[in-house]
Ligand binder design. Structure first.
Ligand SMILES: [Zn+2]
Ligand SMILES: [Zn+2]
Length: 310
């Protein structure tokens, strides 16, 4: 079968054996390219890429796959916080273990999540990054009636905006760099930032965005940090101190008192076809994955999420 392997600085489409073993066999239908894939390539990854995955089981059931899952045995897994499981740093699919940008894939049953009606499997690679955004917006303390701001208007920022609206925020503002992003944000119901916010989500992964997020938080508000900031990033310590801004870093997704982030992300996408349309800008067959990775890296091509279809 065909698979997409890291071949730094790019990727390569290779022929590999079909996967074997006890895990659930899935025919992959959509696998999207994440900005973090380029970080793994920068650090020399030669693993099979793909952590944003959806496909069908042998009986045709459409599913998405959690790239982050736990051992089912430790205290964190018992509490549903499998993103805190000590095994995650070595088992994350497409990150520290081989991923599923391939025709066939096997994933543990506990990480296979059935799709809701209304979400096409061809779009459902988006569930994984949407769950990441959902988790951050939720853990930062978003509640009905709040004012929420999102800094960064890439895919994750747009997903965070939609998540905040779904959680009942009274107003959601989007700080975007490019005019087409501002327009897209407005189409999805966002306003332009003004004043202070109960919750601010940093979704750009840059030092300047982190500082802007801290500036936008109200005294006693909170700042959810969704971006993966580079080592050595300077923290807006003074601003956070002066306003007692609660800072909540975010990693992956888990279950909680009111459900499972992954299910809630899938439901959000099923209810927001406009969001799905806005997010997926390009599709490529797996044979053209090298070109897909070039397009996804080229901001001037207007790429938001690029989907590879094995
Ligand atoms: Zn990702
Ligand atoms: Zn565990």
């Amino acid at each position: 079968m065909l698979a997409v392997r890291g071949a730094p600085p790019g990727v390569q489409v290779v022929e590999v054996d079909e996967p074997d073993g006890p895990w659930e066999l899935i025919r992959i239908r959509s696998a999207s390219i994440c900005a973090s894939d380029y970080t793994y390539l920068k650090y020399g990854s030669t693993k099979i890429l793909g952590h944003e995955l959806a496909g069908t089981l042998a009986d045709g059931t459409p599913v998405a796959i959690e790239a982050i899952f736990g051992c089912e045995d430790c205290e964190h897994c018992a509490a549903g916080d499998y993103n805190h499981c000590p095994t995650v740093p070595t088992t994350a699919l497409g990150i520290t273990a081989d991923g599923g940008m391939s025709e066939w894939f096997r994933a543990p049953a506990r990480s296979v999540v059935r799709l809701p009606d209304g979400l096409d499997v061809a779009d459902a690679a988006l569930v994984e990054p949407t769950a990441v955004a959902w988790h951050a917006v939720r853990t930062a303390g978003t509640a009905p009636g709040m004012r929420v701001a999102v800094v960064g208007a890439g895919a994750i920022g747009l997903m965070a905006l939609a998540a905040a609206r779904a959680m009942g925020a009274a107003e959601v503002s989007l700080e975007a760099r490019h005019p087409h992003q501002v327009e897209l944000g407005e189409r999805l119901g966002a306003t332009q930032p003004s004043g202070f916010y109960d919750v601010v989500i940093e979704a750009a992964g840059t030092e300047s965005a982190l500082h802007r997020a801290a500036d936008l938080a109200r005294p006693g508000g909170s700042m959810g940090v969704l971006g993966v900031l580079p080592p050595g990033t300077e923290w807006p310590q003074h601003v956070c101190f002066n306003k007692e801004v609660r800072t909540v870093p975010s990693l992956g997704y888990c279950t909680h008192d009111h459900g499972r982030d992954f299910d809630q992300a899938a439901a959000l996408l099923a209810s927001e076809p406009d969001l799905v349309d806005a997010l997926i800008t390009h599709r490529f067959p797996i044979e053209d994955a090298e070109e897909a990775y070039r397009v996804a890296a080229d901001k001037s091509a207007g790429a938001i999420r690029v989907v590879v279809e094995p």
